[in-house]
Design a protein around this ligand. Structure first.
Ligand code: NAD
Length: 255
């Protein structure tokens, strides 16, 4: 098959968590551009409605939205059944839900620690388990989770021990699933962005100059600069890549 055709996602269905805005939304638009139908999942109903129109109109793909808290096990089980019923298949899972809490460790409550772990790590486990079950039955698929360069480095000046630990754990969760599910035709990878211009970071503009000084490329990423990697990892163009973490950080980790 020509390499160009391997990027084609026509007829495939992608379930994207955190798909209402930021990196999840940008990746969803990229997947739609290459032909994938979308199941956009988010806890925020208003943002979901806004995210729905563009890929449907621009690329003519089917788009459905699902309001769901992906830390809720019962809700995730129901979600995956509903999406599988609606589209008949789930070929791609992209986990983009995530939060951080900036807090010195001695001031961090157990509740704060658990909240970050629940949203970043437990939700990834739940979505992978439920979609993985479906992919095993269907004989394959591609799972991508948005980790972070914070899995590899310690950010400064903000202290965020739970976030950093949760992201490192997402990578090892991914490697474990990659090994466990390779024989089922399921590839499992992470993308680790550096600082990216989304609502997560736009709320703290005073930190941008200091962060950018530490980035060889001298700037933060736009969300759509993460989307190309998502399309690649979702598609047959990456058919021998599994258990991999693709860092997209403008060179941050070089220094
Ligand atoms: N922005 C960055 O600089 C950056 C860098 C590295 C990694 N990341 C990671 O990328 C991912 C996306 O981040 P972003 O910057 O786009 O953030 P964002 O806050 O813009 O988007 C996150 C989305 O997740 C949704 N969400 C949060 N909790 C949820 C829940 N329990 N159930 C369902 N939906 C929920 C939010 O409503 C939001 O739409 C996160 O995992 C984040 O940790 C971001």
């Amino acid at each position: 098959m020509p390499l160009r055709d391997k990027f084609d996602l026509t007829g495939k269905t992608a379930l994207i968590t955190g798909g209402a805005r930021g990196i999840g939304r940008a990746c969803a638009e990229g997947l739609a551009e290459f032909g994938a139908d979308l199941a956009l999942v988010d806890i925020h109903a208003g943002n979901l409605a806004a995210a729905r129109a563009e890929p449907a109109e621009a690329w003519g793909v089917a788009v459905e939205t699902y309001q769901c808290d992906v830390t809720d096990e019962t809700a995730v089980v129901r979600l995956v059944d509903t999406v599988a019923d609606r589209f008949g298949r789930i070929d791609i899972l992209l986990n983009s839900v995530g939060i951080t809490i900036w807090q010195d460790t001695v001031g961090m409550s157990l509740e704060q620690w658990q909240r970050v772990m629940e949203v970043n790590l437990t939700s990834t486990f739940l979505c992978c388990r439920e979609v993985g079950r479906h992919m095993i039955e269907r004989g394959g698929g591609s799972i991508i989770s948005i980790a972070s360069m914070s899995a590899h480095i310690v950010n400064t000046p903000q202290n965020q021990v739970a976030y950093n630990a949760s992201k490192a754990a997402m990578i090892q969760l991914t490697r474990s699933l990659a090994a466990e599910w390779a024989s089922h035709g399921i590839r499992v990878n992470t993308i680790s962005p550096g600082y990216t211009l989304t609502e997560m970071t736009q709320t703290v503009p005073e930190h941008h100059p200091g962060w950018c000084e530490r980035i060889p490329m001298g700037r933060m990423a736009e969300p759509d600069e993460i989307a190309g990697a998502a399309v690649f990892l979702a598609s047959d163009a990456s058919s021998y890549i599994t258990g991999h973490d693709l860092v997209i950080d403008g060179g941050y980790m070089c220094w």
